[in-house]
Design a protein around this ligand. Structure first.
Ligand code: PLP
Length: 461
């Protein structure tokens, strides 16, 4: 007999959400210039824009806030965070930042010289921005399967060793300060790297004097997929697997707004005290004193608790990814083209295939996200040509293979009923897909344009 599972928590406090009418949503999406980032949250029913900073904290985390030590220097809350990061991630040196991009900024400024090359497994928007801002050139060394939304390869986050070797051969190891290795690659659809690949990349880099810096923002979800899919890991605990992942690195940047179950925060963590010293020198200029960086004492308390909670049992991550898989399976069963396998933090709709009557320059994923909002008040976001931006050399739009709408599931916030409503809306929009028009810019920001760009409809485009 099929046995259902349910969330491993019960609800102690509720937050009402608004149910809007079709007319209200029409007005709202026009006012937002067809950009779901520009909608007001009060006009959104089920908010799947992002899982960043949208987690629900536990009763223990809310209690921890009261213990926040707001001393300017040497706060007890900082030392609790240091202990939690050391115990769970295994890094000795902690540099607290206001969020992940703060850590990326410091790391890039310290390690990258103009003209350096930074290989990475696909790109993340802010990560690549900071690498380029520091004068580096990002080179994608992810396996080809990652760019193919229909490939069922279980480890689409892997680095292609052949591509990495070719970069090192072309530029020389001294122009490659580090490999930027993202766990559970966000832009590929939340796809994991295998432990074998993490180990192999680290061995190769160590032999060539190149550092491996993880973007460990989603390392917990990566650990879950290793447990589920990689031989030899089925009986290992999530905590144990996470510890092994980070053992194959020299440091990590983390946005604590994801795995770590808090609404704000992040950190850079490294092994080398000299790198830490240089990071702290910049930290005081850009973030704050070295024992709080970009966070208040209470932020650090809740974060320390969240880091311990996420690995305390395997139930949390199993339910978190399980809910994503639940939504994904419903859409797959209805024949909706989605990125396979279903990733760790969201379901990615293949807008290129769903809206195959639109040219990529008419922003199919942007248009699809707007159409889903109009249908039901479910808010997703574009991950395609708008997010990819323009090539800094040529000024032309980059044309990524992946043209996706991301429906991202916040942690511990929505129930499976919300997933049912979402699936029904996507299916309904899919049935009327040929009525959806393309878009063109009415305002295009210079950098990270997807956040604030505005569009209008192009009839028949
Ligand atoms: C969210 C995210 C970041 C950036 O973190 P912020 O806290 O939003 O600055 C970096 N890398 C990955 C993989 C992310 O998901």
């Amino acid at each position: 007999m099929h046995r259902s599972w349910a969330e491993p928590w019960k609800i102690k406090m509720v937050e009402p959400i608004t149910m809007t009418t079709r007319d209200e949503r029409e007005r709202a999406i026009h006012e937002a210039g067809f950009n779901t980032f520009l909608l007001r949250a009060r006009d959104v029913y089920i908010d799947l824009l992002t899982d960043s900073g949208t987690s629900a904290m536990s009763d223990r985390q809310w209690s921890a806030l009261m213990l926040g030590d707001e001393s300017y220097a040497g706060a007890e809350s900082f030392y609790k965070l240091v202990d939690a990061v050391r115990d769970v991630y295994g890094y000795e040196e902690l540099i607290p930042t206001h969020q992940g991009r703060g850590a990326e900024h410091l790391l890039s400024q310290i390690l990258i010289k103009p003209g350096d090359v930074v290989p990475g497994n696909m790109y993340f928007t802010t990560t690549r921005f900071h690498q380029e801002y520091a004068g580096g050139v990002f080179v994608d060394v992810i396996v080809d399967e990652a760019h193919d939304p229909s490939s069922d390869f279980p480890f689409k986050g892997n680095i292609d060793l052949g591509k990495l070797r070719a970069v090192v051969a072309e530029y020389g190891a001294d122009r490659v300060p580090y490999v930027s290795f993202e766990t559970n690659v966000n832009m590929a659809g939340g796809q994991p790297a295998s432990m074998a690949n993490l180990r192999e990349v680290y061995d190769y880099c160590s032999a060539h004097g190149i550092l491996v810096m993880l973007d460990a923002t989603r390392a917990l979800e990566n650990a879950y997929f290793i447990q589920q899919r990689e031989a030899g890991y089925g009986n290992r605990s999530i905590a144990d697997i996470l510890g092994e992942i980070t053992s194959y690195s020299d440091g990590a940047t983390v946005s604590s707004k994801k795995d770590n179950l808090v609404n704000i925060g992040g950190f850079l963590a490294v092994r080398d005290p000299e790198i830490a010293r240089r990071a702290r020198a910049l930290l005081v200029a850009f973030e704050g004193l070295h024992t709080y960086g970009g966070m208040s004492g209470r932020d650090m308390e809740a974060l320390a608790e969240g880091i311990r909670e996420m690995t305390a049992t395997d139930d949390h991550v199993r339910a978190r990814v399980g809910q994503v898989e639940y939504l994904g399976r419903k859409l797959i069963d209805a024949g909706i083209p989605v990125v396979r396998p279903i990733g760790g933090h969201g379901v990615f709709l293949n807008a290129k295939e769903i809206l195959d009557h639109l040219a990529q320059d008419h922003f199919p994923a942007q248009a699809l996200a707007a159409a889903i909002y109009r249908d039901s008040g479910v808010r997703g976001m574009e991950r395609g040509i708008v997010s990819a931006g323009r090539d800094p050399e040529t000024g032309e739009n980059r044309h990524p293979n992946l043209e996706l709408v991301r429906l991202t599931i916040p942690r511990r916030v929505y129930t499976q009923s919300h997933m049912d409503v979402t699936a029904e809306s996507v299916i309904s929009v899919y049935e009327h897909r040929h009525e959806i028009d393309g878009l063109r810019f009415t305002y295009e920001p210079e950098s990270l344009r997807f956040f604030q760009a505005r569009f209008e409809e192009v009839a028949g485009g």
